[in-house]
Design a protein around this ligand. Structure first.
Ligand code: ATP
Ligand code: MG
Ligand code: MG
Length: 355
């Protein structure tokens, strides 16, 4: 079995490494301070946990390595302009968008896209960073350097947000998890809820969209597609060419986690459809201090990333899975006093889905 090098050593790299262990797969996350001599990289399969990894002489070697899977796809997806152009070329629905060229564009853009617009930097943004929500009277908050380096899109009045996580192998076979319901607050994922028995129309729509993309790119591994739900239609928000935060529930709520699925796909191992046996909830811990009391709730699986706690930073997550909706609902209720007050909205949102 080949070993795997991961460009990036954040929590996703860490969880890929954890997933490899029981299968006897060595996974080496590569960040800023790793020495090439410590990794047998010449014989590794190379993957990435992030669209823009730390730039060092060693990561440059890995990024140009023949065995870097999806090497030519990362740049396309890491740039919102080329990503949106990809959706357009495949006739896949997305929020209407334009390149943001200059301050002279605004009146045309408000005419074309409506009164509330979202400016997004083409590269480097995540967790809602590098974005500005603007109306006619607030365009001045868009910094000068965002012009010519951003896109502007219409604000979608969505009914909800969902993501689809799927994987494709070298033979072109694809597998998918059920669509996951996601709640974002201030542009950052707060909570996910998933059910094994998902709305079939939406699931089929999503699978067709993501298959179209993965096939077009000849993509190998796990890919995530974030969508807005409007009535019975999906609009693609964005793609992630990697394992994704909204798939963390699969660690405890699916027979094969997204991390294991990615390793299987890139290593050419069997890729059966993961079995999803029960509803799951994932609570993101964002700038939240470690609390041992979470462990007093039997359903809680704590995944702590060993990162310094800072405001707005993802430092861990809790997964809860159970066949019985009421049992899950009650476990969430028990969590309320153990989380900061701003979690109440998200917990109530998840509980409403379980009711
Ligand atoms: P991620 O951490 O998922 O990579 P990101 O910084 O790349 O996030 P987006 O996914 O583009 O940002 O946007 C973050 C959130 O902001 C979305 O999940 C959604 O809640 C909201 N949002 C983004 N674009 C739109 C839009 N066009 N209309 C309405 N809401 C939007
Ligand atoms: Mg993003
Ligand atoms: Mg996003």
């Amino acid at each position: 079995m080949k070993s795997v090098c991961v460009l990036g050593d954040g929590q996703l790299g860490r969880m890929l490494k954890q997933a490899g262990e029981p299968l006897g797969i060595h996974v080496y996350p590569v960040g800023l301070d790793i020495l090439p001599a410590s990794i047998p990289y010449q014989d590794c399969i190379i993957t990435a946990e992030i669209e823009r990894w730390p730039d060092t002489p060693f990561t440059q070697i890995l990024a140009s390595h023949q065995a870097f899977i999806n090497r030519d796809i990362f740049p396309i997806i890491a740039d919102r302009l080329t990503q949106k152009q990809l959706f357009d070329s495949l006739h896949l629905p997305t929020a209407k968008w334009f390149v943001l060229n200059s301050q002279d564009d605004w009146s045309a853009r408000f005419n074309q896209l409506g009164e509330r617009l979202i400016v997004k930097r083409r590269v480097g943004g995540y967790d809602g960073r590098g974005q500005w929500r603007v109306k006619q009277d607030s365009i001045s908050q868009v910094p000068i350097d965002a012009y010519q380096t951003s896109i502007v899109e219409e604000s979608i009045a969505f009914d909800g947000e969902m993501s689809l996580i799927g994987a494709r192998n070298y033979a072109g076979d694809t597998v998918f998890y059920p669509l996951t319901h996601n709640l974002h607050q201030d542009g950052i994922l707060n909570m996910s809820v998933v059910f094994p028995d998902v709305d079939n129309t939406l699931q089929q729509q999503a699978q067709t969209m993501l298959s179209t993309i993965m096939n077009k790119l000849n993509y190998i591994g796990v890919m995530a597609m974030e969508c807005f739900v409007v009535g019975d239609k999906l609009l693609i928000n964005e793609l992630a060419p990697r394992v994704h935060n909204s798939g963390h529930w699969t660690q405890n709520g699916a027979s094969i986690s997204q991390f294991e699925l990615h390793l299987r796909a890139i290593l050419g191992l069997p890729l059966p459809m993961p079995n999803v046996f029960a509803p799951s909830v994932m609570v993101n811990l964002i700038g939240t201090k470690y609390d041992i009391n979470w462990l007093s709730i039997a359903l809680v699986h704590l995944h702590w990333y060993q990162k310094e706690v800072r405001a707005g930073r993802k430092v861990g997550h809790l997964n809860l899975t159970h066949q019985n909706h009421q049992v899950l609902y009650n476990a969430l209720q028990q969590l309320i006093p153990l989380l900061p007050a701003n979690y109440l909205t998200a917990i109530t949102w998840a509980q409403a889905k379980l009711a």
